[in-house]
Design a protein around this ligand. Structure first.
Ligand code: FE2
Length: 312
């Protein structure tokens, strides 16, 4: 018997979320519609363009040899280093030619089901604002540097671009099963903090790693964190930390493998079998793991960010 959950979804219009599905109580600004899109991108001051340029230069000192080649090629293809905060319209034209994606401006946070809807339609929602000099090193909300520098270059890779769309399509289903946390963990350990093997070497493709200077080195080279080959089921059962470096990173063989693992997984079945809470601690390596590097967890054991421990 078909239930409402297994019915084929129509992704052309925003879904009505059934009663009982949790949606974060975000207050919609008066000037945006149901799609939560800003009418246009912010105009940035020369000081703000300067912040972008300085952030860009800082990353370019640490990324070569540590970032996935798909990411580095994406930076080139989109010419993100041409100076100043990129114009979303021009970016979207180039992305559309490459993989059919676009970049759309949104207020800081948007509801999950709206976010998934944009992804399912190959639109990447990007924050409009840019951090200040005072918050140069650490921001809580993703800004335009994290969103555009960190995420958008990967959307030039055709297989990764398809994965992001599939992820968006999987979102509403997760909400209806009340397993959003599990799907969020998959996003976290791939789109934000994913590692990839390239000719036997670990490289980063996750935006949370690539948009800051410390985690790039930590994720790829440090002794502390575990590096474990990704299994979608394992990752969706694993807790994660949002305010510190990750104790564990998951590694993929290729974007094809990630895409295949995601589209071939029967999410209805998986969601029915997933407990509502995470099963595995974020620092654990378990029996069935294919471990690339067993971490010492020294950074975590010394107390992490709050203690001033060195990210070794
Ligand atoms: Fe992000």
């Amino acid at each position: 018997m078909m239930t409402t959950v297994t019915e084929e979804q129509d992704f052309t219009t925003l879904p009505e979320m059934p009663e009982g599905v949790f949606t974060a109580p975000l207050k919609k600004p008066a000037h945006v519609g149901d799609d939560w899109l800003e009418p246009k991108q912010t105009e940035y001051s020369s000081e703000e363009d300067g912040i972008w340029n300085d952030l860009f230069s800082r990353q370019m000192e640490v990324l070569p040899g540590r970032a996935a080649s798909a990411f580095m090629h994406g930076l080139d293809k989109l010419d993100l280093g041409r100076g100043g905060v990129p114009d979303f319209g021009r970016l979207s034209e180039e992305l559309d030619r490459l993989t059919g994606w676009s970049v759309v401006p949104v207020p800081m946070l948007i509801p999950d089901h709206v976010f998934f809807w944009h992804l399912a339609n190959r639109r990447f929602p990007a924050g409009n604002f840019i951090r200040t000099r005072e918050t140069f090193d650490y921001i809580q909300e993703p800004d335009v540097f994290h969103d555009v520098f960190g995420h958008v270059p990967m959307l030039t890779d055709p297989v990764y671009a398809d994965y992001m769309q599939e992820y968006g399509k999987a979102g509403w289903k997760a909400m209806r099963y009340n397993r959003l946390k599990a799907l969020g963990a998959l996003y976290w350990y791939t789109v934000e903090f994913g590692l990839l093997l390239e000719q036997g070497e670990v490289r980063a493709y996750g935006a949370g790693i690539l948009s800051g200077p410390t985690e790039v080195v930590f994720a790829v080279e440090a002794k502390s964190p575990n590096r474990i080959m990704l299994s979608v089921d394992r990752v969706m059962r694993t807790d994660y930390v949002i305010s510190d470096l990750q104790p564990t990173y998951f590694v993929i063989e290729s974007f094809e493998d990630l895409y295949r693992q995601t589209v071939e997984r029967d999410f209805d079945r998986l969601y029915r079998n997933l407990p509502p809470a995470f099963t595995y601690a974020n620092s654990a390596a378990i029996d069935v793991d294919n471990v690339v590097h067993r971490g010492t967890q020294e950074y975590l054991l010394r107390g992490g960010r709050g203690s001033g421990a060195r990210p070794v």
